[in-house]
Design a protein around this ligand. Structure first.
Ligand SMILES: Nc1nc2c(ncn2[C@@H]2O[C@H](COP(=O)(O)OP(=O)(O)OP(=O)(O)O)[C@@H](O)[C@H]2O)c(=O)[nH]1
Length: 445
């Protein structure tokens, strides 16, 4: 534009433009925060103040004595010799005009630092020279190193917490898992995961629940669900997932990000604690706490739906002499053996609990009095005919009753205890039915 509208002759205009360009270039060269060096045949012949500072060159006179190779350590971190490797880059710059590469540099104080180097070929009237723009990347590398370290720390923390993170990319139709999650699902690292593959891994009994939670999350609800996964080898793990949808400004669901924590061990411990809390440690039968819970539920069923529930109370006859003759440990073993014997006769909904000492109580849902009596008689015979280790034969007395609509747990157990008392006083080794009278609860509850 300046040339076209100029009133001066063309040569003057071009020279003026050249000078302007040169000034601008000189200003850039001098003020640049990046180190710029010019060299020809390996010898540096000019550099800007930033280069003087970066390479700790005290005095401009020194430049003429500097070889480009003196600004690098003998070898690069790759193990390559700097002069050989440097020549490869120089040749490339001379051939193609420019080349960018990472390079280990050395200043005149002997400090090595990483740099990013851009080499340009400049074809000047005096001949071809190379311009090197050097950017010290040590700070950048330190930041990268710190970032890598933080990532490592985070991964380690995730490994310890059995926690993994995932991203479900709806546009690409794939889910990105971290290393931990592949392990949680027992799948090979790096395998392409889609929603269908994920759902396939979810335990069949949990799939519907997971899909419902996912659909709700797509409408903006929080995604927070515990479910099981089945590994290809058949083993099952319990996972807790949390996630959140990210929407685009136009309201489209773009992706979902979330975490998964493997809580298998936690669940196992919880189950163990729960089991211990409701189990008699010696025999493995349920304890009184569990029986109390069950009888309350059965009483409620009895009142609401008139469903019959039967109870049997069983007490070993003359157990004291067993302990006195053979010792307490043998007595314990008899209690364990007896529990196993009774358990073989139970149906799935029946519940066996240790009522105390050598007394056991059976709660049988949906069972009438005659059916319960029949079972009690069968149990009595089984016990009497069983040969217990060390002690041989023993017998037991049993009381039977059914829950009445006016009963509470106390009144029903009192009636049952009276039946058992009569069995004991009628000669033991027998079953006595409590009379079918409706007891009225006499205990506050
Ligand atoms: N080995 C062992 N003995 C127990 C346990 N709990 C209670 N006993 C014993 O069970 C015996 C119960 O004795 P008693 O109540 O006199 O009754 P019994 O000798 O069975 O006589 P009857 O019930 O009248 O036929 C006592 O010797 C208790 O020490 C236990 O956990 N282990």
């Amino acid at each position: 534009m300046a040339i076209e509208h100029s009133t001066h002759n063309e040569k003057d205009v071009v020279e003026a433009a050249d000078i302007t360009l040169l000034r601008r270039y000189q200003a850039t060269f001098t003020q640049s925060r990046e180190a710029i060096l010019f060299f020809q045949h390996g010898r540096i012949f000019d550099c800007n103040p930033a280069a003087l500072a970066l390479f700790r060159i005290q005095d401009r006179e020194q430049i003429a004595k500097l070889d480009i190779v003196t600004l690098s350590p003998r070898t690069q971190p790759s193990g390559q010799r700097s002069d050989i490797e440097g020549n490869v880059h120089i040749k490339q710059a001379l051939n193609v005009g420019q080349v960018l590469f990472d390079w280990q540099m050395r200043d005149l104080d002997g400090r090595d630092f990483p740099a990013e180097v851009m080499l340009y070929r400049l074809d000047l009237p005096e001949g071809t020279v190379l311009q090197a723009t050097v950017r010290d990347t040590s700070e950048h590398q330190a930041q990268r190193q710190a970032l890598l370290q933080r990532e490592q720390d985070l991964l380690e923390a995730q490994r310890i917490a059995r926690l993994g993170n995932w991203i479900s990319d709806f546009e690409r139709g794939e889910i990105r898992w971290c290393e931990q999650i592949y392990q949680m699902f027992g799948r090979p690292q790096g395998e392409r995961i889609t929603h269908a593959i994920f759902m396939q891994a979810v335990h069949p009994d949990d799939r519907k629940r997971v899909q419902t939670a996912f659909d709700a999350a797509m409408r903006g609800a929080p995604y927070d669900i515990t479910h099981r996964v089945v590994h290809p080898d058949g083993s099952v793990r319990t996972l807790h997932q949390r996630g959140q949808i990210e929407f685009s400004p136009d309201g489209q669901a773009r992706r979902m990000v979330g975490t998964i924590q493997d809580i298998t061990e936690q669940k196992r411990l919880e189950a163990e604690l729960e089991h211990n809390a409701i189990t008699d440690h010696l025999t493995g039968a349920f304890n009184r706490k569990r029986f109390d819970e069950e009888i309350e539920k059965a009483l409620a069923r009895r009142r609401r739906h008139s469903v019959s529930t039967a109870l049997i109370l069983l007490d070993i006859d003359h157990f004291k002499p067993v302990n006195d003759t053979h010792g307490h440990d043998v007595g314990d073993q008899v209690l364990v053996e007896l529990t196993q014997l009774i358990q073989t006769s139970l149906r799935v909904p029946d519940l066996l609990a240790r009522w105390g000492g050598e007394e056991f109580v059976l709660l049988m849902p949906d069972t009438g009095l005659s059916e319960a009596h029949h079972l009690a008689e069968r149990l009595r015979q089984q016990i009497a005919s069983h040969r217990f280790s060390v002690v041989g034969t023993i017998t037991a007395s049993l009381g039977v009753t059914t829950l009445q609509s006016t009963d509470c747990s106390h009144s029903s157990m009192k009636r049952l205890d009276e039946a058992l008392y009569r069995a004991k006083h009628s000669g033991r080794n027998q079953v006595i039915e409590a009379p079918p009278i409706a007891s009225v609860c006499d205990q506050p509850h």
